[in-house]
Design a protein around this ligand. Structure first.
Ligand code: SF4
Ligand code: SF4
Length: 133
C-alpha cells in the first residue's frame, strides 16, 4: 500500500534493502477489501482535503463487517481498488495523507504478491505481465 520503494531499518539502525518494487507493480495491495482506518486516519484525511472529520468519514470510508475501511471503486485491472488509487499511474493520490496501515505495508522485506508477480513475469518473459490475481 505504498507506491514508492521503501527502505527498512534494522534494529541497529542500518538501512535494509527491500526485495520488492512498488514502482513495477499494479498496486495489488490497494485492492484489498479491507484497508482499515482509525479515527486518527480520518482526521488526517480531513486535513488533507481541508474538510470536516464527518465529511471525510462519509465520503471516503464505509463499514464492512463491523470495521471502518476505505471505499473502493471499479478498476480496469483488478475488479476494484481503493478510491484513492490513480488507476493509470497505479499510485496513491493521497500519499502524505494515506492511512497508517498503508505506510508500513508489507511490514517485511518481502511482498508476497511481488514475489508472485516477478515469478510470473520471468515465466512469461514479459516484464509487464499482470497475472489474474
Ligand atoms: S503489492 Fe507489494 S509490491 Fe505491489 S504495491 Fe503493494 S507492497 Fe508494493
Ligand atoms: S490510501 Fe493510497 S496507499 Fe492506501 S490503499 Fe488507498 S491508494 Fe493504496
Amino acid at each position: 500500500m505504498s507506491r514508492v520503494p521503501k527502505g527498512k531499518t534494522s534494529s541497529n539502525g542500518r538501512a535494509l534493502r527491500v526485495l520488492y518494487n512498488c514502482g513495477k507493480c499494479p498496486a495489488y495491495c490497494c485492492t484489498y477489501d479491507r484497508v482499515n482506518v482509525t479515527r486518527r486516519d480520518i482526521t488526517r484525511l480531513a486535513a488533507h482535503f481541508d474538510i470536516s472529520y464527518e465529511a471525510a468519514e462519509r465520503r471516503y470510508t464505509k463499514i464492512t463487517s463491523g470495521d471502518r475501511v476505505l471505499k473502493h471503486r471499479k478498476d480496469h485491472i483488478f475488479k476494484k481498488a481503493c478510491v484513492f488509487l490513480d488507476q493509470e499511474k497505479r499510485q496513491c493520490t493521497i500519499y502524505d495523507g494515506r492511512p497508517t496501515v498503508c505506510r508500513g505495508y508489507p511490514y517485511s522485506l518481502r511482498c508476497g504478491y511481488y514475489d508472485f508477480l516477478a515469478s510470473e513475469r520471468r515465466r512469461q518473459c514479459d516484464d509487464e505481465f499482470i497475472p489474474d490475481a
